[in-house]
Structures are given as C-alpha cells and as structure tokens.
Design a protein around this ligand. Structure first.
Ligand SMILES: Nc1ncnc2c1ncn2[C@@H]1O[C@H](COP(=O)(O)OP(=O)(O)OP(=O)(O)O)[C@@H](O)[C@H]1O
Ligand SMILES: [Mg+2]
Length: 413
C-alpha cells in the first residue's frame, strides 16, 4: 500500500510544507482565537501551518485522528479561512445516516425515484454548492456512494437518485476518519481510488496523550469559558491535580478533557481541585494510577471514603466485564434462538433403547433475542456514557447499525 499518491500530480503532506516565518506567534494567537483550536504543542503549530496553507485553495483534505481529537474543529477552521467562508458548510455524519438513504441524502432525488419520493429533493452536494461539504466518518460510507463522491471530486458532477441528467456542483470536500483507511481498503470496504484522491493532503491530529503540553492550556481555557458562561466562582486546580491530568491517558482525547473539567467544576461546587478529587473524576483510570500516593495531612475518614469509592469503581467495572463474559459464553450469537415447543430431546438410554424425553424449556428462552439485544445495547451505551462511537466499537457493530437499533428499541440516547 503506497503511502503517497500522485493522483493528478498533487502531493502535499504536512511534513513537506513550508514552515511559516519565525515571527508567526502573533498569527498563531489569532488563529487560536478565531478557530477555537487551543494548543502550543509542535503538532498543533504544524496543523495551524497546514490549515493556513491549504485553506485558500479548493483542494480536498483528509483529517485523521482518534475520536475527540478535534477533527470537526479543524474542518471548520479550514472552511472559515477559505474563500468560501461566507458560503454554507455542510457537516455530514456519514456513520449516522442509514445506508438505504445515504445516496439520496448526499445527492438528492427526483420525484418518484423510489416509494415515498413524493417530490424532488436536493442533496447535501447541491445544497452546499459554492461552499464546503465536510464528510465526517468517511470510512462508514457505503461503496456505491464512494464511487459517486469520487465523481464529484474529479469532475464536480453528480446525479440525483432517479435522475439521468448530470448536475454540476462547486463544493470543496473535507473528509475525516478515525479509522485506518488502508486497512479498510484491504478489507474491501473502502475504494483505493477515493483514498488516493483524498489522501493528497492529510492532516493527522495526534491523540492528546501524545501532545500533553497542550493540556494546561486546554484546561485553563475550558475552565475559564465554562465559569464565565455559567457565572461560577472557581478556586482552580492544584499543581497535584495538573500532575494527574498530565499522567492520565485520555482515551476520549480533548472531548473527555473538556467534559471532565466541566463536570468537576459543577460537582465539586467550584472548590479547589487537588490530586484526589481529580483522580475520582477520571473515568478510565488505569490500575497504576489508582495507587498514586495519598497526601498524609488529610483526614483519615476522607481517605478511607475515597479508597472505598475507588474499590467500588473497580468492582463495578469487574462486574460489568464478568456479566459480559458470562453473557457471551452462555449465549454465543449462533446459539441465540428461542426454544420451539415441538422440539424433543432424543437421549439414548443405557440399554440402547431410544427414549423421547419431555421437552424442557430452554434456559435461553428466558428472554427474547430482542430483549437481550436491547439490554446489551443499553448497558453498553450506559457504560460509555452514551458515546455511540465507543459503544458501537465495543459491540463490534457499525455506528449506523447502533443508531438504527437505538431508534428501533426507542432507547433514550
Ligand atoms: N485543540 C482543541 N482546542 C479546543 N477545543 C478542542 C480542541 N480539540 C477538540 N476540542 C473540543 O473537543 C470536542 C471534540 O472535538 P471534535 O468534535 O472536533 O472532535 P472529533 O475528532 O470530530 O471527534 P469525533 O471523532 O468523535 O467526531 C469539541 O467540544 C471541541 O470543541
Ligand atoms: Mg467529529
């Protein structure tokens, strides 16, 4: 799998781009204010430079990064700095649109194109004409739609579903993914030609754990904005709390950091945050961090309570893991069917005789498959605080399927 493409002769990788002049600090500050992208790490500075270089052109950009790293923020910054800034920016979450309607959502449809198409409808590419279309989670795009996106990228042309006539659109495409697209190509779920076309300019956003020098700036910025908006007096963070934040691995990246800061300020009623309070609020604490030393000048009762709290947290995680393990062992998917009343068990008797045993209710019929599925989905969503991407990943289903199931079971997420 080549790492570079020469599609249309465009190769523009971040590392190959000209750095901005040394006195660009002022511009960098402006960029942070305008875009809301906070950070001072070399990675964020590099992203700033790339945005400044690619924004004025119409070149397609692929943004790669784990969930919560700021892909949408970067896409918005490119749009804002482009000549299309006062034109529409259409954000499409490809993973959330049911597969059956994705083409009509993207390209529109003609009247009568399918049952229910009572009138003509414009799609995102037509609505976004002269502006930008941001295709978030492009890895979730079905193959058929991928061909059509390639056609837009190469010739600015598309057809509405049920329409023969080609239409012209002038859109700039920005795409984002948190998946390994080259792996998807090998699996046959992502087109190589589309990948090459998008891959010409890539912006890779490293996970927060790989650019920890951004943490203090982000924390202060989130805390300041949140307190201003909500009229809260906040006593701030101890150095020891910052040490914990620098140590933690932030699996949910900047989104998790922002949510943690905001909830800690509310739940701790604006009081000063020290190491212990900080530890209490981190969701996916690794065992080695739970054993951080506890300051000795704290009341024994408080320390004890916190120990119990952490022990309970551990127990809760273990129980849910156990429950899941038992569930999958007892009910492997291929055996999930309910007991049929006319089923009989044929058991050879010791003397060779065959006896027909009374059918016993199968323990697996204690609940319907739907009930079990609903429960599993609900539990998983709860476990990930309603984060659908993580829940879908854990359930090993696509985000789109998860959205469909949530709707189907009327789950409150
Ligand atoms: N560098 C940053 N500075 C300030 N806020 C940030 C930064 N990066 C991310 N955020 C904030 O974190 C949250 C998540 O960002 P965003 O939605 O852009 O992430 P994402 O990569 O698109 O995530 P997902 O893959 O889950 O869609 C948003 O509230 C965003 O404002
Ligand atoms: Mg996003």
């Amino acid at each position: 799998m080549p790492t570079q493409s020469n599609f249309l002769g465009i190769i523009l990788k971040q590392s190959e781009m000209k750095p901005l002049p040394a006195n660009s600090n002022d511009t960098f500050e402006n960029f942070q204010n305008e875009s809301g992208i906070i950070g001072r790490s070399p990675a964020i500075r590099q992203i700033f430079e790339t945005i400044a270089q690619v924004a004025p052109s119409d070149i397609a950009v692929l943004i790669i990064g784990e969930s919560g790293t700021g892909k949408e923020l970067v896409a918005r910054a490119i749009h804002k700095k482009s000549r299309r800034a006062d034109k529409p920016l259409i954000v499409v979450n490809c993973g959330a649109i049911p597969e059956g309607i994705i083409e009509s959502e993207l390209f529109g449809h003609e009247k009568g194109a399918f049952t229910g198409a009572i009138g003509m409808r414009k799609g995102f590419f037509e609505m976004g004409d002269t502006g930008t279309v941001f295709l978030d989670e492009i890895g979730e795009m079905p193959l058929n739609a991928q061909v059509k996106i390639l056609r837009v990228l190469e010739g600015n042309e598309f057809s509405r579903v049920g329409g023969a006539e080609p239409k012209h659109t002038d859109v700039r495409i920005i795409a984002a993914t948190n998946r390994e697209l080259d792996q998807e190509i090998q699996n046959g779920t992502f087109r190589q030609d589309l990948y090459f076309r998008l891959h010409a300019v890539t912006i890779q956003i490293p996970p927060l754990r790989a650019r920890k020098d951004d943490i203090p700036l982000l924390v202060n910025s989130f805390a300041r904005k949140f307190c201003l908006q909500n009229h809260i007096n906040f006593d701030g963070f101890d150095d020891s709390a910052f040490s914990v934040m620098m140590e933690y691995h932030w699996p949910g990246n900047v989104r998790e950091l922002k949510n943690t800061i905001e909830s800690i300020i509310i739940l701790e009623k604006g009081q000063r945050i020290d190491q212990q309070v900080m530890l209490k609020h981190l969701t996916f604490l690794r065992p080695e961090m739970r054993n951080l030393p506890i300051p000795v000048n704290r009341p024994a009762e408080k320390i004890e309570r916190e120990f119990i709290y952490h022990a309970l947290l551990d127990l809760k995680t273990e129980i849910s893991q156990l429950r899941e393990l038992i569930f999958t062992r007892l009910f492997p998917p291929r055996r999930l069917r309910s007991w049929e009343p006319d089923e009989t068990l044929i058991i050879p008797h010791e003397n060779g005789e065959i006896i027909y045993d009374e059918p016993q209710p199968d323990p697996r019929s204690i609940a319907t498959l739907e009930e079990m599925e609903k429960k599993l989905i609900e539990d998983t969503l709860n476990r990930f605080d309603g984060n659908k991407r993580k829940a879908a990943k854990s359930l090993k289903i696509s985000e789109r399927t998860l959205y469909r199931k949530i709707k189907e079971y009327n789950l409150p997420f």
